[in-house]
Design a protein around this ligand. Structure first.
Ligand SMILES: Cc1cc2nc3c(=O)[nH]c(=O)nc-3n(C[C@H](O)[C@H](O)[C@H](O)COP(=O)(O)OP(=O)(O)OC[C@H]3O[C@@H](n4cnc5c(N)ncnc54)[C@H](O)[C@@H]3O)c2cc1C
Length: 416
């Protein structure tokens, strides 16, 4: 069923009885050409691109809970491609370009809002780093605009620019094409389009083990709904990547941490940019519903508890209110956390694992929502061909053997 204004009108005239479920709930088959573990954005996008780009449709996505119930449905929805190193810039800008055409391609409104993303400089040192960063982006062919203090003020009037501010703003830099997209829509849009191409999406189907055959290659997965044979298997489970790797018999350089976010009660439009202050570790935007969406850095200790600690919550809110005192009377509506997969060099891992025919996509840490299209695209490519896509080549697990790390966090000074 195509979604359109006409379909809406038809729905309205038939008391909305004509809608069909966006995807099927099939019973698991005993075997698939490809099985993808994890029904978050990356797993679903990989299934869609396997079917669309490579014509491989005998595919299952196995999700232990509900679609998008992991980090894909818990993030603060920021999409951008303002990275420093050429490898990352290429990867994330490809993703942003896919996002730009995604609503049309999937016939599902992603609510992509390219409202601009501003990074704040609070010191001379910050200004120097931002210029270096903007120059690197220009060299990589990605637009970036340095802003004076006044230009920041024009774009973000709610910000405290007074000389007495605890974190004075000296300037900033902006990527205009960056912004936000609706996170649930990304999961649902890919799921619906993959299902339409024949992919089986199996929810409440936890993978509990891997079975290997001749030469140690993976031949099946064991799940809460029985054994499922597979020609190839892809893992895209974010914060649970180490758990799955252990089940498959190898280790990953990944640590799992809680990352939290929160929203206030809704208010009239007052902030039409995404604003991030790397110095204080807080970032803010306003959702389409009017809520102020607030995010910050990681909890400082590894954890699988999807809660988030009070200490980080308190420091993120304190930093936000120092910058936006006008938000101080707002009540918080919700606070939550997701478990993110952080790699030592703060870059993702895409490609083969030590187990033949088992491939992985992980390590996106605090920033993998923006990468869902490219993460799916490149995982699909390696699952279909057995070779990494050129965009993913620098991000293989083997870089921890060769030492060719891509340390974005150290380079840009931003926590992932
Ligand atoms: C609070 C917060 C804010 C964030 N903000 C941003 C942001 O603004 N911009 C940005 O780009 N990124 C952001 N991120 C990061 C981003 O959300 C993630 O990197 C991205 O969603 C990862 O997608 P995924 O598909 O890999 O993982 P997930 O969406 O977590 O999906 C993995 C799925 O695997 C399933 N699973 C786990 N184990 C098993 C198993 N054994 N069997 C079957 N299924 C299993 C899980 O249930 C889950 O649904 C944020 C994250 C958080 C938590």
């Amino acid at each position: 069923m195509r979604y359109s204004a006409l379909a809406l009108l038809r729905g309205a005239l038939s008391a909305h009885r004509n809608w069909v479920p966006a995807w099927r709930s099939p019973q698991p088959k005993s075997a698939y050409d490809v099985v993808i573990v994890g029904g978050g954005g990356h797993g679903l996008a990989a299934a869609y691109y396997l079917a669309k780009n490579h014509g491989i449709r005998n595919v299952a996505v196995l999700e232990r809970g509900w679609l998008g119930g992991g980090n894909t449905g818990r993030n603060t929805t920021v999409v951008r491609s303002n990275y420093l190193y050429p490898e990352s810039a290429r990867l994330y800008d490809f993703s942003l370009r896919l996002y730009e055409g995604l609503s049309r391609e999937l016939n599902f409104n992603m609510m992509l809002s390219q409202r601009g993303h501003i990074l704040l400089a609070h010191s001379r040192h910050d200004l120097e780093s931002l210029s270096r960063w903007a120059n690197a982006m220009h060299m990589n062919g990605i637009e970036a605009e340095l802003l004076t203090r006044e230009q920041v003020g024009e774009r973000v009037p709610a910000l405290d620019l007074s000389s007495g501010a605890r974190f004075p703003v000296l300037g900033g830099f902006m990527q205009r094409r960056a912004g936000t997209a609706r996170h649930d829509a990304v999961a649902w849009g890919y799921a619906r389009a993959a299902d339409a191409l024949g992919v089986d999406i199996l929810q409440n189907c936890e993978v509990t083990g891997f079975e290997t055959g001749a030469g140690g290659r993976v031949v099946a997965v064991h799940t809460g709904r029985g054994r499922i044979a597979a020609g190839r298997v892809g893992i895209a489970v974010a914060g649970h990547s180490s758990v799955l790797a252990k089940l498959a018999g190898f280790r990953l350089p990944v640590r799992s941490y809680a990352l939290q976010a929160m929203v206030t009660e809704p208010l009239k439009p007052c902030l039409d940019k995404v604003v991030i202050s790397p110095g204080t570790g807080a970032y803010v935007s306003q959702s389409d519903k009017g809520e102020i969406v607030i995010g910050g850095g990681l909890d400082l200790f590894p954890s699988y508890a999807q809660r988030g600690s009070f200490a980080v919550l308190q420091s993120v809110l304190a930093a936000t209110l120092e910058m936006f005192p006008c938000f101080s009377r707002l009540r918080l509506l919700r606070q939550w956390a997701g478990i993110v997969d952080v790699v030592y060099d703060s870059s993702p891992i895409i490609g083969p694992t030590p187990v033949p025919e088992l491939y992985i996509n992980c390590g996106w840490g605090t920033g993998g929502f923006k990468a869902i299209p490219v993460g799916g695209w490149t995982l699909a490519h390696v699952l279909a061909t057995g070779r990494n896509h050129e965009l993913a080549e620098p991000f293989q697990l083997s870089r921890f053997v060769s030492g060719r790390l891509i340390d974005e966090a150290a380079a840009s000074g931003i926590a992932h």
